[in-house]
Design a protein around this ligand. Structure first.
Ligand SMILES: *Cc1c(COP(=O)(O)O)cnc(C)c1O
Length: 376
């Protein structure tokens, strides 16, 4: 079958290089003081839109010891694709999911007392032990056992038959906001939790807390493992910067299907939002919001044609968008890059997200299922 003009190239070699760049950064920073933290590679939400199955296998091949995803369904898809390394499930488990933990050898997160009871009941009826990660809520106020109430809420879980605590973790709400006091507050609360667990005689094998932003900003929260997602895909969460060399993994490409001249005063597209102030050349690209490309790109973002940036004008339609290519010699069939590099020019996920008022995560996750992922 032929490939649609609009597709996403996913560079698995770049992904693996990013994984290795992160592990060598962790090792080099820690070479003086003991062992470097391990990496839990986050592949939830279809690996941030890159395709969880191929990404999971590529990370396994690169040496990752643990993958993490959002729910049992995502974890099962990884197993079915041939992932054999540990798979941690971050999200809350619903009772109907619990069987999957045993059938597919998954590592659940226990984040409420009720979930602990349900998991224990299932483990007892199956005569099987379950190693779990305990989630502590240090201030996100989403999932997790409250940090300040553990002496009351934990004993029941800790004495559950067949449940074995393997790891303890928390998640930061403001790791990408360098001025917000909550990050340090959460860090201090988590350290108190670890001391309290110690005093209760609880010694988890592993402690983890850091997503991409936390990993970059503060090595005190590396503990035994870190949990990068976005960085693996070659995107640094704003406003952070890093010396780690990361390559963007996804390139969204298309082709010009038509080009035409319009006269001064004429408009382009629905709503006639773009009006030519002088004669213009418009190129039509077969990619639109049905591909998950945001309406707000028009008038705010650019694409690359012939190694040059050209503005996206008019309106992003369901299946098409229009570029102002005035002054360029373009022909149907010419390559268009919507995200990624072309020649010396490039358009980054971070830049596009900021132009349309969202975050790189949302931009990547929204790239539609109609856009075929082509692995290289
Ligand atoms: C998504 C997620 C991560 C990874 O976050 P990034 O910002 O992409 O690095 C880490 N931990 C948890 C619990 C998550 O849900």
């Amino acid at each position: 079958m032929s490939l649609r003009s609009t597709h996403a190239d996913v560079n698995l070699t770049a992904l693996q290089a990013n994984y290795r760049a992160i592990t060598s950064f962790l090792t080099s920073e820690r070479s003086a003081a003991g062992t470097a933290p391990g990496v839990i590679a986050v592949v939830k939400a279809n690996a941030y839109g890159h395709g969880a199955e191929r990404v999971g296998l590529a990370l396994q091949e690169a040496g990752a010891a643990v993958l993490a995803c959002a729910d049992i369904e995502e974890a099962v898809a990884l197993r079915k694709a041939g992932v054999t390394i540990q798979v941690l499930v971050f999200g809350a488990l619903s009772v109907s999911d619990l069987g999957g933990v045993f059938e597919y050898d998954l590592t659940p997160t226990i984040s409420t007392p009720a979930a602990g009871r349900a998991m224990a009941a299932e483990a007892v009826s199956r005569l099987r032990p379950v190693l779990y990660h305990l989630k502590i809520d240090t201030g996100m106020n989403r999932l997790g056992f409250r940090h300040d109430n553990l002496r009351r809420t934990l004993p029941g879980l800790l004495s559950s038959p067949r449940l074995e605590l393997d790891a303890v973790y928390t998640h930061f709400a403001t790791a990408d906001d360098l001025d917000h006091p909550l990050f340090d507050e959460q860090r201090r609360r988590f350290d108190q939790v670890l001391a309290e667990l110690e005093s209760m005689g609880v010694r988890p094998r592993i402690v983890h807390a850091a997503n991409s932003a936390a990993l970059l900003r503060d090595s005190r929260v590396w503990y035994d493992m870190v949990r990068p997602g976005l960085l693996l895909y070659g995107v640094v969460p704003a406003p952070l910067a890093t010396t780690v060399t990361l390559e963007p993994v996804m390139t969204i490409r298309s082709r010009i299907v038509a080009a035409k001249g319009i006269r001064r005063g004429e408009s382009v597209g629905y709503g006639a939002r773009f009006v030519a102030d002088e004669p213009r050349t418009i190129a039509v690209v077969p990619a639109g919001y049905a591909d998950g490309l945001d309406l707000r790109l028009a008038g705010r973002a650019a694409a690359l044609v012939g190694g040059r940036r050209v503005p996206i004008v008019g309106s992003v339609c369901m299946d098409m968008m229009t570029l102002d290519v005035t002054g360029l010699a373009v022909n149907p069939g010419d390559e268009v890059v919507i995200i990624g590099g072309q020649g010396a020019a490039s358009i980054t996920v971070r830049e596009v997200a900021s132009a349309i008022g969202t975050i790189p995560y949302e931009l990547l996750c929204r790239i539609g299922s109609r856009i075929e992922r082509v692995y290289e």
